[in-house]
Design a protein around this ligand. Structure first.
Ligand code: AP5
Ligand code: MG
Length: 196
């Protein structure tokens, strides 16, 4: 099984690259942001909680997020592997992901950290905000999201560094150029048969 953690700041291109990886490698794409936005659209209790937090650029509590992701994995018993997009976002979530995969006798194969400078992130998200309808694509919330990323999410890099699974990807250039860099890293892990 090939399990990819796609990691990066808000606007770094996690969703864009996940779609390309999904197509090429036949993996199931689990985006916690998309899952939460679907809950909001359905007006569920989770959606009501998520709505207020997302529009302020704050995280959903770890325990709830972990439960949601665990339930999602169970929905794809025949998956060839997963792309985890937007999860883990905190060290407790990274620990929980390891445990939930271990229980299923699988593990994270690679963590791809898409690196984009802050000016470019803000530019991309402001631009997307013109059409996305996302409650968090406005200047104030974008800055808040980046700040929360820097304090709560950056330590996740060390977590995967210690497991020798962290691969930095230069996230600027065209989407195709970034994808090419990503494929190189994934392919090198695939050829290293110990992960299968
Ligand atoms: P989430 O939906 O995951 O948002 P995010 O991390 O802020 O990231 P985005 O989805 O905005 O950006 P992206 O990296 O996917 O980039 P994209 O490909 O879209 O999470 C939203 C919220 O949900 C969180 O803030 C939190 O409140 C909550 N949440 C989610 N997961 C959680 C968790 N695990 N725990 C707790 N709370 C959680 O690209 C961005 C733009 O750039 C697009 O317009 C795209 O077209 C463009 N673009 C992409 N690549 C390029 C390129 N190479 N060049 C130029 N433009 C590009
Ligand atoms: Mg996204």
């Amino acid at each position: 099984m090939l399990n990819v953690v796609i990691f990066g700041a808000p606007g770094s291109g996690k969703g864009t690259q996940s779609e390309l990886i999904e197509k090429k490698y036949g993996l199931v794409h689990l985006s916690t942001g998309d899952i939460l936005r679907a809950e909001i659209a359905r007006g569920t209790d989770i959606g009501k909680l998520a709505d207020g937090l997302i529009s302020k650029g704050q995280f959903i509590p770890d325990d709830l997020m972990i439960d949601i992701l665990n339930g999602q994995i169970d929905q794809y018993p025949t998956a060839k592997g997963f792309i985890f997009d937007g999860f883990p976002r905190t060290v407790p979530q990274a620990d929980a992901l390891d445990s939930m995969l271990k229980r299923r006798n699988i593990r994270v194969s690679i963590m791809l950290n898409i690196d984009v400078d802050t000016n470019e992130l803000v530019k991309r998200l402001i631009n997307r905000g013109k059409t996305s309808g996302r409650s968090d694509d406005n200047l104030q919330t974008i800055h808040q999201r980046i700040q929360v990323y820097e304090t709560k999410t950056l330590p996740v890099i060390q977590f995967y560094d210690r497991q020798h699974k962290h691969h930095r990807i230069q996230g600027t250039g065209t989407m195709e150029e970034v994808f090419e860099r990503i494929c190189k890293e994934i392919d090198s892990v695939i050829s290293y048969s110990v992960i299968w």
